[in-house]
Design a protein around this ligand. Structure first.
Ligand code: PMP
Length: 300
């Protein structure tokens, strides 16, 4: 594998427990509860043309994830929104990673008195949009790992621990030459990819699984709204794997993935087409609009 520069030796901007600190000097001890016991939640956001897309929604989800994991963030949502903007000041296009985790005061399952830390890392991430390449579609494996039920894990939280099986699924897919993997849920229904939601097209209508045991993505919601504005109907429902035979198009939706057409999932084939292309462009436009079309539609 080509030499990669570790993130701690790159440059970026870091807000840590209340103030901006030099990127390379940030310290977190090895005996940090979040590292050992996954008492950690995070967000993944993107800054486009100097503005963080859906910042308030991401911050609200960060607070909800922390609440679900019993962690009280020692700041207000407004303060975290401001901190995200401080961390991205001077950037045009960047990735933003807020993370909340329990500290090193206790090193055991019980962590009642640990300090709740908040860090926001931002680094330059140009967003190149190459529609021709994207329209070829990516290939997905089908993972053997299942998204757990809501009585097995805190599935509504964007919690670090839920990504353990995502990394395993993704590694396994990559070893077989796939770009990513689709995961089914504990009932055997279609759920999501390892870091993005999935949306299918059938007869001009979007079909997407109900996020009742996996992340209700902010991109997914934006894309569904952008579809409805364009008179493309959207149906959220339980989807059986064998139904994938009957879908014509498929794409992933996520803050990092944006709208990424899919050409293949295990034995199923899709042809990235007009609806995927329309929504891919609609999303690419929306993220750079001064006011999102989705938000404008809410006002009207
Ligand atoms: N599912 C998983 C597992 C993810 O990691 C992500 C990316 N955060 C998503 C779905 C999509 O969420 P969003 O659109 O809010 O980025």
């Amino acid at each position: 594998m080509a030499d990669v520069i570790p993130f701690d030796q790159r440059d970026g901007s870091l807000w840590y427990d209340g103030k901006l600190v030099p990127w390379r000097e940030a310290k977190t001890h090895v005996l940090t509860h979040g590292l050992h016991y996954a008492s950690c939640v995070f967000e993944g956001e993107r800054l486009y043309s100097g503005r963080i897309y859906k910042l308030k929604e991401h911050t609200a989800r960060l607070f909800e994830s922390a609440r679900i994991l019993g962690m009280k963030i020692p700041y207000t949502e407004e303060k975290i929104n401001q901190a995200c903007m401080e961390a991205t000041a001077g950037y045009e296009d960047a990735y933003v990673r807020p993370v909340v985790f329990r500290g090193s005061e206790m090193m055991a399952v019980s962590a009642q008195t640990t300090k709740i830390h908040v860090a926001i890392a931002a680094w330059q991430w140009p967003s190149y949009f190459d529609p021709a390449t994207k329209m070829k579609g990516i290939r997905l494996d089908i993972s053997d790992w299942k998204r757990p039920g809501p009585d097995t894990a805190p599935t509504k939280a964007k919690a670090a621990g839920l990504y353990m099986i995502c990394t395993l699924s993704k590694h396994n897919a990559e070893a077989k030459g796939y770009a990513d993997a689709l995961m089914f849920d504990y009932r055997g229904l279609v759920a999501e990819a390892t870091g993005a939601n999935i949306i299918f097209v059938k007869d001009g209508t979007l079909h997407t699984p109900i996020p009742d045991c996996f992340l209700d993505g902010i991109t997914r919601r934006s894309v569904m709204a952008l579809a409805r504005i364009r008179q493309i109907p959207v149906i959220e429902r339980h989807i059986e794997p064998k139904e994938m035979e009957s879908f014509s198009e498929c794409f992933l939706a996520g803050s990092a993935a944006e709208v990424t057409p899919v050409s293949e999932i295990g034995p199923y084939r899709f042809k990235p087409g007009e609806i995927s292309e329309t929504l891919m462009h609609a999303y690419a436009d929306d993220v750079r609009r001064p006011v999102s079309q989705v938000d404008l539609a809410k006002l009207s």
